[in-house]
Structures are given as C-alpha cells and as structure tokens.
Design a protein. Sequence first.
Length: 352
Amino acid sequence: MIDKITLPLLHLIDPEKAHDLTIKVLRYGLFTRLHDKPVRSLTQSICGLQFPNPVGLAAGFDKNAETMDAMLGFNFGFVEIGTVTPLPQEGNEKPRVFRDKGSKHVINRMGFPNLGADYFEGNYQDFRQSGENFNGIVGINVGKNKDQDDDLADYVDLVHRFGKQADYLTVNISSPNTPGLRDLQNPENLLPFLKQLVIVRNARCKTPLFVKFAPDLDDDQAIAIAQCVKKAGVDGVVLTNTTLERPSILPKSFASQTGGLSGPALQNKSNYLISLFYKETGGKLPIIGVGGVNSATAAYDKIKAGASLVQLYTALIYQGPSVVKKINNGLIELLEKDGYSNISQAIGKDAK
Ligand SMILES: Cc1cc2nc3c(=O)[nH]c(=O)nc-3n(C[C@H](O)[C@H](O)[C@H](O)COP(=O)(O)O)c2cc1C
C-alpha cells in the first residue's frame, strides 16, 4: 500500500535526491519496526549466525549506517551496510545514478560517497544499543578511499576497526567506480591481499570475512579467484557487484551512461558465477548471491545455483520494501512444492 503511493512520487524526482529523502524518512520516520516471526523452513545457521530468512539488503543502500532498524523491520533477514571508507569522501560528480523505468535497471557511478568511518561507527553503536531490532544480523562492507595509494592499508584499518563489532565483514574490491579497484581481483594481487586480511582478522576476532566480486570475469579468472579464496581462508563470497556490460535491450541514452549496471540483466551472469564458485569450492564456501533478485523465483534460482543467502537493491527501487515479504512468502511455497522442509536442502541443486 505504502509502495503504491510513495514509489510513483519518488520516481518523479532525481534518483539520488529520492534516495536521500528515503534515507531520512527511514531514519527518523515512525514505522512499526518489528519484523514478522521467522518461519522454520527459511531459517539457517551460516558461519555461526542464525539467519531468520535468506533475503538481505545489498550494500550501497545504507552507506552511513542510518537505516538498519527500519530495514530489518521490513523483514530483511540481514542487512549489509556501507561501503564505508576510513575518511569521508564526496564520490563522483553528480548526476551519478540513472534509472531506466522501462527495463527496471539502474546505472550508478557513485564512487563510494560516504561520511567516513567515525560517523558510521557512531550510528552503528547507537543502533546496537537502542534499535528495536538491535539483535538483527548486520554485515559491514568496507572499501578504500579514492586517494589512498596503498591498496591494503584502508582494508586493514577497517577490518581491525569493525572486526569485533560487525556480524560479518565484506571486503569490496569490485566496485567499477573507484579507479584500479577491480585490479585487486587479479589472482597475483588477490592471494597476498586476502592472506593479509585474514591474518589481521584472526589477530582481532573470529568474525566471518566475505569478499565481494564483479560479474565481469571469464571462467579462467573466476576459477583462479575461487582457488585464491580457498587458499587464503576467507569465510565466504558475495557474488556479484554491478556489471560494465550493456545488454542490447537497454535504451541507448541510458546504456551510454558510464558506471555499473544493476537489475534483471545481472541475473544470469551472477547465477553462472555462483554455480561456478559452488562447484570449485565443493559447496563448502557460503555464497551470498546478488544481482537482479526481484521475485521469489529469481531468489530461488540463485539458491539452487549455490547461494546460501541472497541480497537485493535495485528491486527495492522499483517495487519498494514490500518486495521482501513477497519473496519470502514465495520461497516458502517453492520449497514446499519441491518437497524441502528447509531452504538449506535446495542450495546448489542446479549447480551442474
Ligand atoms: C545506487 C547503487 C549503489 C551501490 N553501492 C554499492 C556499494 O557502495 N558497495 C557495494 O558493495 N555494492 C554497491 N552496489 C551494488 C549492489 O550492492 C549489488 O551488488 C548490485 O546492485 C546488484 O544487485 P541488484 O541487481 O539487486 O541491485 C550499489 C548498487 C547501486 C544500484
């Protein structure tokens, strides 16, 4: 109901202004912030965390840790906040977010605008002390400042800083909008980089460490990355970030914008990588599947490809927060239809 009234209005204004307004309303607005009771077939324990359902909020929506309480109240099973960088930064020049309503895609070239780790940490601690959903699962997604020349330093800083506070950490090396960032995915850079972060994490805490990768990888690159991830001893992967590809179905004026594309066009690309990683790691490494999740079927496809959990962002822009409950209810039905009593039984069933 709220979605039917607010979404058309929000879509009349500039995408980033609409987002900023949404964040303010979610932070200070009066919502019923208590989520529904978990349904047994959707609950799972992954990396020692008890997930009430598998549908999470993807990184980038809440860059400054301002809306965890409200988003968990919309029945997300977990939320990933950030990307946060050590120092505040402006990001790229505006406009830098573009919608294509017809095909329900988004292109963004934000470049990690955020208010920095001090502000983020204050908000996060307030939530843990006073949010109605203070026990909800929150992952912290970390990145590096644009002006930082040392590839490792900011990640070490943030893993150390948030290691003890987060439920899980995601190391984001796959944004296409920070120059050179994706080079960290090259296996010769990746293995020493990840090994170092695992050492830093181990010295501090046992918090699960995830790494988020891009969808624009060929099979050889993806296999080499999966090997690095195993060797380094990270706990899981997030697949995937936005793509640089532009499918022909997109209108030319939209497709010509620089940045990362998100939405339905990512479904097959990310599902393909999910099943490749699932096979390469023998199904032992938890995968958070993200990219074009906009329905229960799309979420279920990711789970059957090998994802233990899924996340979404673009579907929230086009369908509003009711999409979360819709997907969870649909998943309950799909599991029942396939004769599974718990979602964990469906993971990887389509990974051939
Ligand atoms: C406007 C926007 C900003 C984003 N910012 C980030 C970010 O800061 N960090 C990150 O890891 N991913 C970021 N993402 C990528 C999403 O987390 C997700 O990986 C991607 O959008 C694919 O999912 P979707 O198709 O459900 O949107 C952003 C996506 C969008 C649309």
